[in-house]
Design a protein around this ligand. Structure first.
Ligand code: C2O
Ligand code: CU
Ligand code: CU
Length: 545
């Protein structure tokens, strides 16, 4: 069904051309000292319960009517372990869902059949630094990298995706991503909807040319705001709909977009019932009028179609909101599908009447949350400061550099840290915008006249900040006065009670989190999960020692 319409050689050439077009001046210094390691091999004394091959390769897949789209794709081959470990998503370019059980020992052989380096990260999993998919372990075309880890996470929905230096965004955009579902005993006892009643909902946006080929970021502006498509894909399908029975379903929702932020709501006003987030189940279900979902974030949704008539439909939409992009970006971010406009995501069509349905449990879990008293630094939070400048998005005042931890980026093993994520108004970045819109942004300056009383371009935007390693708890969020009007359009959509690995930080917002750094020493990245920002260097590392 998905046979290539072009020869592999033709495709290799065209895709290389595409990537070259998107190429940025490389941050040459960033990888200094990151010498090429010989790929890790299987170790004799590791006895896996699950073993699989994971391939990164080129393929072409029919997404829109007409010509198939050339892509990069993960595919998997199960060598050992339960049969349900790997589930393909029918007709999708997404990698198969990998299903693991807490306590399993897993060995994965990553094969790079691309013509460029890659490495895979298990977003959300708590594994040794050497197994985390750090860019320093990237393998060249034709090489194989072996990962070995034990699943210590609780039940949760996680992601596998590439993490090579400066190329994460383009590889994800071109198709490399998949879901990892972890199950455990605590979750099993709840008997939540499973099998055909548990649906992955992976939301992405893409931009196609008239030949159905992907268009990727062509200019600095698209890098600054993040890259947006004008077609919403769910599980790799355009105009996605699914047929459901009149009973409860469990939707495993993932925002797999490079940059687009969604405000998810049912179109008939039914509140969204959330049972889990990034790090697994909440203690109790929460109902929300809408839920904000930023790149890298996940949602576990209880969707109950009981009592709905055969033939009825329910659509998940992204509702209108404001304030996540710089003012100039509001004019262009998202092209013909602006970020913060109102549009459909997918439709569930009730096609079968059934008489019984599982009941929503009132108590889901007991969360291993930490409190301020558990932290090593209750009155001295480690800062993650966000600065935004025309050519650089920075964390803690710096672009990414391999293994150059600053004092606030060194953490004691087995400590629990209070971290404060905030926008840095002191940095040179904002100042740069006051002095004539230089640094390649000159052509934007003509717009200033149209900016009303702003006086300067406001570069502040929302950033989904992701921290590798263990999940964290959100302690507090606070918003500056001048941002309150915009914030009112998103405020009800944050779920602050669960365990998270990615948190959306709005402009002028300060978020305090509590994060454990247990079990493993080494370098653990933290970065913006707006993938264009990540590749621009909006990433740093914690050295756990
Ligand atoms: Cu989902 Cu460091 O990444
Ligand atoms: Cu991650
Ligand atoms: Cu960002």
């Amino acid at each position: 069904m998905f046979q290539s319409t072009v020869s592999r050689r033709q495709f290799l050439m065209s895709s290389l051309g595409l990537l070259a077009l998107a190429g940025l001046p490389q941050l040459a210094s960033a990888m200094q000292g990151m010498s090429k390691l010989s790929p890790n091999k299987a170790s004799a004394n590791f006895k896996p319960d699950v073993e699989l091959e994971l391939w990164c390769k080129y393929n072409s897949v029919a997404i829109l009517k007409g010509q198939a789209t050339q892509l990069m794709q993960y595919s998997a081959l199960l060598l050992k372990g339960p049969e349900n470990t790997i589930t393909e998503i029918a007709g999708s370019y997404l990698g198969p869902i990998i299903r693991l059980y807490k306590g399993q020992k897993v060995r994965i052989h990553l094969h790079n059949a691309l013509s460029e380096p890659t490495v895979t990260h298990w977003h959300g999993l708590h594994v040794r630094a050497e197994m985390d998919g750090h860019p320093q372990y990237a393998i060249n075309s034709g090489e194989v990298l072996v990962y070995e880890f034990e699943v210590v996470n609780r039940a949760s929905f996680n992601i596998y995706h590439p993490h090579p230096h400066n190329a994460t965004a383009s590889q994800v955009y071109h198709g490399l991503a998949g879901g990892i579902i972890i199950n455990d005993d605590e979750e099993k006892a709840l008997e939540l909807p499973a099998g055909e009643y548990e649906l992955p909902i992976v939301i992405q946006d893409r931009l196609f040319d008239k030949n159905n080929q992907l268009i990727y970021a062509r200019n600095m502006h698209q890098r600054m705001t993040g890259f947006y498509g004008d077609r919403i894909l769910v599980n790799g399908h355009a105009d996605f709909s699914c047929e459901v029975a009149s009973r409860a379903y469990r939707l495993r929702v993932l925002n797999g977009s490079n940059a687009r932020i969604y405000k998810l709501a049912w179109d008939d006003g039914t509140p969204i019932t959330v049972i889990g987030v990034d790090g697994g189940l909440l203690e109790q279900p929460e109902t929300k009028p809408y839920v904000m979902l930023a790149p890298g974030e996940r949602l576990d949704v209880w969707a109950d179609f009981s009592g709905r008539a055969v033939g009825s439909e329910l659509t998940l939409r992204s509702l209108a909101f404001s304030g996540v992009l710089p003012r100039m970006g509001m004019m262009m971010g998202g092209g013909s599908l602006p970020v913060g406009s109102d549009y459909p995501i997918f439709t569930a069509k009730v096609t079968r009447q059934v008489s019984d349905s599982p009941k929503l449990p009132t108590q889901l879990s007991k969360l291993p949350r930490h409190s301020l008293d558990d932290t090593a630094n209750p009155s001295k939070p480690l800062p993650i400061s966000i600065s935004e400048a025309p050519m650089a998005m920075l964390l803690n005042g710096r672009a990414y550099e391999f293994n150059t931890p600053q004092a606030s980026e060194r953490v004691k093993l087995n400590s629990i840290q209070l971290i404060e994520i905030a926008h840095d108004h002191q940095s040179g970045g904002m100042g740069g915008m006051n002095h004539g819109g230089g640094m390649g942004m000159g052509r934007m300056s003509g717009m200033r006249g149209g900016m009303g009383g702003m006086g300067m371009m406001n570069m502040m935007m929302a950033h989904p900040i992701h921290l590798h390693g263990q999940a964290f708890s959100i302690l507090s969020r606070s918003i500056a006065k001048e941002q309150e009007a915009d914030y009112a359009t998103v405020r009800e959509g944050f779920i602050n009670s669960g365990l998270k690995d990615t948190v959306l930080v709005m402009p002028n917002e300060t978020v305090r989190i509590i994060k454990p750094f247990q079990d493993f020493k080494g370098l653990f990245m933290f970065h913006c999960h707006n993938l264009e920002h990540e590749d621009m260097g909006m990433m740093r590392e914690y050295l756990v020692e």
